[in-house]
Design a protein around this ligand. Structure first.
Ligand SMILES: *Cc1c(COP(=O)(O)O)cnc(C)c1O
Length: 353
């Protein structure tokens, strides 16, 4: 079965073998404070630094999900107010989670065809929350430099769940980055990566939150020894370690993903004009400057979308449903690195029949 679902998504094919290896090597039963486990954790972190070009002075932690990262940011990094700038369902959910935990949440929404107009924002937010790639509608914010310019004092927190591991990210422009691993990183669900700048850790120390099992400083202290304060998802850390060793450098991966995205958008732009199954569907996002490279969202009328979903399903290919208000009028195609060329060709052939 082939899946283009944008999360949980296709895992790298070699995961099958690595699962067997993990069992055979006894990894599934090792103590999480054992030298073996510390070594796997150290290796996975080193692999992330190397392959994804995460700066040496940025800290990397493993937590359970992107959702948990939202809470950690609210608990451990927000003093008075978080500012949420978003245009879709995941950005909104983040603000909803933060609202339960921080004294003040400010929301600024923007149009899906545009970038946010930062100069208009009068904010006292000490954390600025941005969804780099909005999985629900297939938009992205490519350049984060303007956020640093407009909010120089703030901690810039970036949800990169559906782009981290697929495209090159400008790490220095953010203080906290996070992604669960079941999307662009092509691994089984159940873990997330959190990346923090020295500035973020200084902020955490200033706030000094140690009330929760997942208070950032607790996590930080334990990771200095490549350990966790609870029993972590050792299998996923093991798989991440292996996959980081396998994948190409992010500059190569990123180039490939961007070319492929260009190809997908072209395919739907072009096919809208001719008599095929996808005739009269078009990319939801028309502005190339804000189109996602990793989640391609295609819009059409309800019966067309239903038709396309049925046909792909009957042929053993899963495409992503629309999300939220676009549930019935769009479908989504994950453009993640674990998906192979021949799978893309098969989907295109099916859609042009
Ligand atoms: C999937 C997704 C999440 C939630 O991830 P979980 O692993 O379910 O917590 C958060 N943000 C974005 C942008 C996502 O795509």
């Amino acid at each position: 079965m082939t899946t283009f679902y944008p999360g949980p998504s296709k895992v790298y094919p070699q995961v099958a073998q690595y699962l067997q290896d993990a069992f055979a090597e006894g990894i599934l039963s090792v103590n999480h404070r054992s030298p073996e486990c510390m070594e796997i954790t150290r290796g996975a972190i080193e692999g992330l630094h190397q392959k994804l070009h995460i700066p040496d002075d940025y800290f990397i932690y493993f937590v359970s999900s992107a959702t948990e990262s939202w809470e950690i940011i609210a608990q451990s990094l927000t003093m008075q107010e978080s500012l949420h700038i978003y245009n879709g369902a995941f950005g909104e959910k983040w603000a909803d989670y933060a609202e339960k935990l921080v004294p003040k949440v400010e929301r600024v929404t923007f149009n899906i065809e545009e970038l946010p107009d930062l100069k208009q924002i009068k904010s006292g937010g000490d954390v600025v929350c941005i969804t780099q790639n909005e999985t629900s509608n297939g938009t992205q914010i490519k350049d984060l430099i303007p956020f640093r310019d407009v909010f120089p004092e703030a901690i810039i927190a970036v949800d990169a769940t559906s782009s981290l591991g697929g495209i090159a990210l400008d790490w220095q422009q953010g203080d906290v980055w996070f992604a669960s691993i079941q999307k662009c990183l092509g691994l089984p669900a159940g873990m997330a990566i959190m990346v923090c700048s020295p500035k973020a850790i200084q902020r955490a120390e200033q706030i000094n939150d140690r009330k929760y099992y997942n208070s950032l400083l607790f996590i930080h202290d334990n990771f200095q020894k490549f350990q966790t304060h609870y029993t972590p998802n050792v299998l996923n850390i093991y798989l991440l370690n292996k996959i980081m060793a396998d994948i190409n450098d992010i500059t190569i991966l990123s180039e490939k993903i961007k070319l492929q995205a260009h190809h997908w958008y072209n395919f739907f732009d072009k096919n809208a004009a001719v008599q095929t199954k996808v005739c009269a569907t078009k990319p939801l996002i028309q502005n190339p400057e804000v189109r996602s490279d990793t989640v391609i969202t295609i819009e059409g009328n309800e019966s067309q979308i239903k038709d396309i979903k049925n046909i792909t399903k009957a042929n053993g290919i899963t495409i992503g449903n629309g999300y939220g208000s676009w549930k019935n009028t769009t479908f989504r195609i994950a453009n993640f690195p674990a998906i192979e060329e021949n799978e893309i060709v098969a989907l295109e052939e099916l859609l042009t029949k």
